[in-house]
Design a protein around this ligand. Sequence first.
Ligand code: BTN
Length: 337
Amino acid sequence: MKALFTENRETGARTLDQQILELFREKKGGLVSGEELSGALQVSRTAVWKHIKSLKELGYRIEAVPSQGYRLVASPDLLIPAEIAAGLTSTRIGRHIICFKETDSTNEVAFKLAEEGAEEGTVVVAEAQRRGKGRLGRRWESPAGVNLYCSIVLRPPILPIKAAQLTFLSTVAVARAIAATSSLNAFIKWPNDLLINGRKVAGLLNEMSAETEKVNFVVLGIGVNINMHRDQFPTELRHPATSLFLEGGGPVSRLAFTRALLEALDELYETYLHHGYGPVREEWLARCNFLGRQVRISFQEKELGGTAEGIDADGALLVRLVDGKIERVLAGDVTII
Ligand code: BTN
């Protein structure tokens, strides 16, 4: 498992590439001499040159001015720890950020790291996923460089039965991040889809390790279609999908989005730990637009129809059937009729 970049904001451990970027950032577009870089990093001038070359390969535009040094001209919208961490105000979420150019699934990586003891707030991000996992065993389309695929490790002191509440929490966080970084408003569809103009823009897949009475950890898996173009969506999708780019008519900075998401998660999680599920549930209800509407729910071979009435304390959907009885639905796909 080789990470592209990793950073521990608590211990301050950074790769050499990240330290070079920090020096460039301090100079705000000014020149940094090779000597200054090799002195600060305690490596040879040849090593500095090699790292500059690798940063250029990542998309950084770095100008070399003969016998004066290097200047950072432009940075790509690349999801790497130093860039995500720059100006990030969260305290718990994002303490440790690990980024991959490509991985099978960020959820799988985060799960493995959590099993090995990764601290709460560890964030795993990938530019692309080979086998992105969706709900109900489906695949999550994960092309490179356009979207956000991230997984966050939490260790909440709650009973396993309450873990679904965290899915609601992360859905609200994504809705907040969309509002903060675009002019768009996403609506929530139970249990955890975010829709814009009736099309799915983000999905969440939370996975948990637990004992009977104790959650060991939860991995919040979040996929957001940010700058994906129409031709990057597969034609055979079950539900219509979209991206912030397609709905808003312009690109959205993935870095700004990622920071907004981590900050929203941080704030909501603090609220959840100190004040319980109530405030999260309130916001979830305020951001969903299908309560009171006729819905059809399918799960495996079963189907049921009725009026969506609300969600209960465990996150189950409450559906009023034609005979007036309330049915608690724990899983399935909802279609608004
Ligand atoms: C859904 O089907 O709506 C859930 C999609 C969840 C996708 C995200 S992308 C990051 C994380 N890693 C995965 O393999 N899946 C989740």
